[in-house]
Design a protein around this ligand. Structure first.
Ligand code: CO
Length: 259
């Protein structure tokens, strides 16, 4: 798929540096350095950076916030991992207003999760997004914990859904010797299975049945290079889902595991 990329770094720190120059840039570079060692209680920096970001956005586009405050017309719903290193808007270079976002640990779509289902309903039925993207990432801690059966308390119940993915694709996973590569293969399989779960929701099935144009995608993000890859799990209708699923799994089996 093709996602619009403005070709500009929209990171608040970079934005502030680019737009303000001089003293403000110094402030933000300093704040950025501090981020590495920022104690948990240091929230003042966030307000400072927010003010600077807001000023920078307004300077670049004086009506930006005014427009956004009266309407949102995103074309994409993003279902991603809660991992702090995978911020939806930033990695595709889109400003606020373009991506409707739901994130949870390991980008899981569960049929009884009212939170996720409500997001999908609002995005599909009200906002009329054109694309639903499930985006996983290599090196996902939730997927790794599920693969290893780690004892983590409450979250084990959530990760049980990924253990289901692991068990469903056991031969494919066990055919890989290297542990990290095995984990990354499960990250890929999890994306493909979660796209299938989106396909199976009544919300998406009804949208397709009513002739609504809606394409589902399965993407994976590399923490080491900042790049997205398309896993080929692209679905445009209920009748095509099974074929897309088998095709995406077959493609995965023939490509070397990433890590
Ligand atoms: Co993750």
């Amino acid at each position: 798929m093709r996602i619009l990329h403005r070709g500009k770094d929209r990171c608040p720190l970079a934005t502030a540096t680019r737009l303000h120059g001089g003293p403000a840039a110094t402030t933000h570079r300093r704040a950025g350095v501090k981020m590495d060692h920022m104690p948990d209680t240091c929230i003042d920096n966030l307000f400072e950076m927010n003010r600077s970001w807001s000023e920078g956005m307004t300077r670049e586009d004086p009506t930006f916030f005014q427009r956004l405050s009266t309407q949102q017309t995103p074309k994409y719903l993003w279902i991603g991992c809660a991992d702090s290193r995978v911020p939806a808007n930033e990695i595709v270079g889109l400003d606020p207003g373009h991506v409707f976002v739901h994130r949870n640990v390991a980008n899981v779509v569960v049929h009884t999760d009212l939170n996720c289902l409500s997001v999908i309903q609002f995005a599909v039925s009200v906002l009329k997004v054109k694309h639903v993207i499930v985006c996983g990432h290599y090196g996902c801690g939730g997927v790794k914990a599920a693969l290893e059966g780690s004892e983590l308390g409450l979250i084990e119940n959530w990760l049980r859904h990924i253990e289901d993915v692991r068990d469903r694709h056991q031969p494919l996973i066990e055919s890989i010797a290297d542990h990290d590569a095995r984990c990354d293969r499960l990250c890929e399989l999890n994306v493909i299975d979660q796209v299938m779960n989106v396909c199976r929701t009544t919300l998406v099935r009804d949208a397709w049945r009513n002739g609504q144009e809606l394409t589902l995608h399965g993407l994976i993000y590399g923490l080491k290079d900042g790049l997205l890859q398309d896993l080929g799990m692209t679905v445009t209708g209920s009748e095509q889902a099974g074929e897309a699923y088998e095709s995406a799994l077959a493609a995965l089996a023939t490509r070397p595991p990433q890590s």
